[in-house]
Ligand binder design. Sequence first.
Ligand SMILES: Cc1cc2nc3c(=O)[nH]c(=O)nc-3n(C[C@H](O)[C@H](O)[C@H](O)COP(=O)(O)OP(=O)(O)OC[C@H]3O[C@@H](n4cnc5c(N)ncnc54)[C@H](O)[C@@H]3O)c2cc1C
Length: 659
Amino acid sequence: MPLPLTDDQRATLRAVCDTVVPSIQRTPDPTGHWARKASDIGVPEAFEQMLESMPPENVAGLQELLDGLDQQHFGQHTQLSREQLLKNVSLLGPEAAAGVGALVGLTLFLYYGMPVDQQTGQNPNWATFGYPGPTVAPPQTPKAFTPIAVDGDTTLEADAVIVGSGAGGSVIAATLAKQGLKVLVVEQGDYYNESDFAQLELKAYQEMYWRGGPTPTGDMNVTILAGATLGGGTVINWTNSLKTKPHVREQWAREHGLEGVDGPDFDRHLDTIFNRLNVNDRCSDFNKTHQKMQQGAEALGWSYKTILRNSDPATYDPATAGYIGFGDVSGSKQSTQKTFLKDALDHGAEFIVNTFVEKVLVENGRAAGITGVGPNGPITVRAPRVVVAAGALESPGVLLRSGIGGPAAGDYLRLHPAWAFLGSYGEDMQGWWGTPQAGLVDEFSNVEDGYGFLIESSQYAPGLAGSALAFTSGEDHKEQMADFRSGGSFIALIRDHGHGRVTLDANGQTVPWYSLTDPIDVRNYQRANEALIRLYEVTGAHTIAPLAPTQLRWRRGDNLEAFIDRAKRLPPRAGGIQLFAAHQMGSCRMGNDPQTSVAGPYGELHDTPGVWIGDASAFPTPSGTNPMISIMALAHRTAEAITGVTETPDTALAGATAK
Ligand SMILES: Cc1cc2nc3c(=O)[nH]c(=O)nc-3n(C[C@H](O)[C@H](O)[C@H](O)COP(=O)(O)OP(=O)(O)OC[C@H]3O[C@@H](n4cnc5c(N)ncnc54)[C@H](O)[C@@H]3O)c2cc1C
């Protein structure tokens, strides 16, 4: 069914939006929070506009759903009946539940997240909870990179082509360029810098995130977030810089054949990355959520650590650090644009953006380059070395479309599944002040056979939070949002023992699948639910609620143990606890066995010489810590294997000095 919507579909969409965010008469209502409904600020129109960038099959599904609701005269029912109708439709099956979830989630995301005043970027809902929105005007920072302008059908040549400019790809690009190789980096996303960082959630998602922002796995079990811009995830991530844990390094070395990863040589790679990213502890102010987390850990006798960050103390500003998931307007984030990509540039590397690599070219069984689609036509890069570093969601897509990589290509996808409970403290928490992650509880990082979970915090933004909070009725959701300013978000993320998979759809596009069913993971999920709840309780939260479509909520005075028991039984999947994943790993993993790994212990494909895996997809198992530093260190090791040259501390840091 093609766009635009029919008049009937449009009317039903409007009715759905105003059911999800209804007008309710309550006094006092100084900011109009209760009286305002979705259509008052143009949500149905914005929703319809969003449909234009969605995959056609998803749009057709939503149109079908709107037709079904229309046949039941949705718009003519009372608010209560309309809410019940949405629930009833959800119960018809997974597809219907997914469709209703998308209607509700996107309505809430737009209502609380989109800029309404185009001049200021403000949204009238933010006044209710004191969210400031954009705090400073973006500076006029000049663009350091000038991507090659490619016109029409183009063929280029290089010594090495790097697919993807994120954490891993950038390190390999710099290391190869420093050895004098002609390097070409091909990036699917566009190039943005500080002058574009407007501190707006919707704009950032649309411009710099994979598939335009939070995107569900094929089974709807996990919502995925990943960067897709020049610099990849390092431009939009939260700069939490953790080294790979010894027990993970030992597992990679002993069980997967990555020799030396458990010893001093890998320490050298980690130190190289730490030094180049200027990782330090001087930009880790604790906001109120982190203060509570620390107090709670102390009270419970749990290990709590300050997080080190790749942020420049000279320009770091805690007032804007809360927005760094939308790009860091202060310029203090030491993303790869400021470090390894810049080093690559200074040593002659060239860059193409807005270009989607489809396949690796293979000739006589060896790498011969890549083919892709640019903004103005097909692009071929001929090169004897190809580094696939498109992130763990897309690297397997490149291999699968090329018919290389063997049976493990796309398998062993790890996600560090993460979720939150929201605690309300009855005081102004200003969750958007300060960096999203400044401290963590690592007490449970290894509770069963090397697997466990971390407790951290997250960026506190109204659009994503509004769409993730449980929706059971329009009034209940408004009630929760009215209290948004008092919230603190502790998240748990587990080092997953089980795994998912990336496959290709009929159009050759990747689809991630993930189900949290591994017994160790289920036990850690339950342990983490208990730990999160105890942390909130001991720090004085008035209420604690899971992000799940349930009215299950703990209020001070309620039986805590009974609440923990019920929370542990919430299913970690679609329809239950909302799982998120910002750490995709392992889908083209390294190892000795071509049946269970794609690449050998130094990253080169078992079945195709000249092709290396250079990103998080190379992890044999999940890092168990936020992965950026591990990705970059492993990429540095792979880069040295490609060049055959070991960098000294001086040459590793010689980035800023052009040849
Ligand atoms: C919101 C958020 C916060 C995070 N915070 C932290 C943190 O604080 N600390 C931490 O350690 N980690 C964090 N992470 C995770 C970390 O940023 C990622 O794990 C890391 O960037 C992944 O590196 P990568 O090289 O595997 O891929 P990426 O950095 O994702 O880079 C892959 C690049 O390849 C491009 N690409 C994809 N397909 C193609 C194609 N076919 N052709 C051409 N280009 C393609 C993409 O556009 C992307 O730019 C966070 C992630 C998110 C989303």
